[in-house]
Design a protein around this ligand. Structure first.
Ligand SMILES: NC(=O)c1ccc[n+]([C@@H]2O[C@H](COP(=O)([O-])OP(=O)(O)OC[C@H]3O[C@@H](n4cnc5c(N)ncnc54)[C@H](O)[C@@H]3O)[C@@H](O)[C@H]2O)c1
Length: 332
């Protein structure tokens, strides 16, 4: 007796089961799920796998996304506590871990999240030895270093989301001040994702017109327009949103998805992401900090050599010192 399916459909060829652009998200909290929905809406993957230790939440989130399948073009959404579900991923996005409490700095989270990385990274690499990894969990620069060490992958394939979000916030705020859309306001924040990040005022421009050429004091204490406050707002905004809604999610989800697009579509766009900066600007330690990087199918293929002025270089080195003082004490 044939089933309805057999009566309706005649199979001609065996189904190709291997996904070509599979993405795994580890951690299905606020950040992981914001990344998931943005990735689905942008059609960046042919399979999305979700992994978390909280199995009920994981199942609920998975079902909720699957029921939206009519409205996006990712045919397979899978999930599980076991990392076998992540096998054959092109990209693994790590958002697992504790998040900041109100008023807590990103750096204070460190040992808790290092322990989580220890428990998950070797298994991820075992199942997807050729993947790229995009680290989002905080403190993101230190954890990207830790994941690089734990994974055994080349540094070019272990990318920290770094200052991609900080720079997006910077451009939004510049845009608000000028009444121009952020895509037309160019500006970069490098260094640590967090309190010691470095705004590159010398590069801030609209249509190639450097704002500093209009006011050489731009970004300094003696600037009467107080552009410096914009960087202060960038630093404070994470704390402020956590105070107001308990966590941050949408902007990080969107900014991570922008990175995912560059990687999976091999766009070779330049993003401020966290990478190994030993040897740059005289840095001697194995530190991960954000600098402009070319992102494509192999991860970070190139870096852009930014000419920092002496003040910017000093701030960048200070960012490195702050991270190194924490990183050198880590046990993993
Ligand atoms: N880099 C950035 O710009 C940025 C921005 C926002 C948040 N974050 C960071 O992202 C991380 C996640 O934030 P959130 O708000 O989604 O937190 P959350 O508490 O909502 O979610 C974290 C998830 O990780 C899971 N988890 C914990 N241990 C795990 C393990 N061993 N294996 C698998 N999953 C595990 C939890 O069950 C939870 O679902 C935090 O570290 C946060 O600070 C980074």
């Amino acid at each position: 007796m044939s089933t309805v399916k057999e009566k309706l459909i005649e199979n001609l060829i065996g189904e190709e089961k291997i996904s070509q652009s599979k993405i795994t998200i580890v951690g299905t909290g606020a950040v992981g799920m914001a990344c998931a929905i943005c990735i689905l809406l942008k059609d960046l993957a042919d399979e999305l796998a979700l992994v978390d230790v909280a199995v009920d939440k994981l199942k609920g989130e998975t079902m909720d996304l699957q029921h939206g399948s009519l409205f996006f073009n990712t045919p397979k959404i899978t999930s599980g506590k076991d990392y076998s579900v992540s096998a054959n991923s092109k990209l693994v996005i790590v958002t697992a871990g504790a998040r900041q409490q109100e008023g807590e700095s990103r750096l204070a989270l460190v040992q808790r999240n290092v322990n989580i990385m220890k428990s998950i990274i070797p298994t991820i690499v075992h199942h997807s030895p050729d993947c790229k990894m995009l680290i989002v969990s905080n403190p993101v620069d230190i954890l990207t270093y830790v994941v690089w060490k734990l994974s055994g992958l080349p540094a070019t394939r272990v990318i920290g989301s770094g200052c991609n979000l900080d720079s997006a916030r910077f451009r939004y705020l510049i845009g608000e001040k000028l009444g121009v859309h952020p895509t037309s306001c160019h500006g970069w924040i490098i260094g640590e994702h967090g309190d010691s990040s470095v705004p590159l005022w010398s590069g801030v421009n609209v249509a190639g017109v450097a704002l500093k050429s209009l006011d050489p004091k731009l970004g300094t204490d003696s600037d009467k327009d107080q552009w410096k406050n914009i960087h202060k707002q960038v630093i404070d905004s994470g704390y402020q949103i956590i105070k107001l809604k308990g966590y941050t999610s949408w902007a990080i989800g969107l900014s991570v998805t922008d990175l995912v697009g560059s990687i999976l579509k091999n766009l070779r766009r330049v993003h401020p992401v966290s990478t190994m900066v030993k040897g740059l600007y005289g840095l001697k330690e194995e530190i991960f900090l954000s600098i402009p990087c070319v992102l494509g199918q192999n991860g970070i293929s190139d870096i852009v050599k930014v000419n920092l002025n002496s003040e910017e270089e000093a701030l960048f080195k200070k960012s490195a010192d702050i991270l190194w003082n924490i990183q050198k004490e880590l046990v993993f």
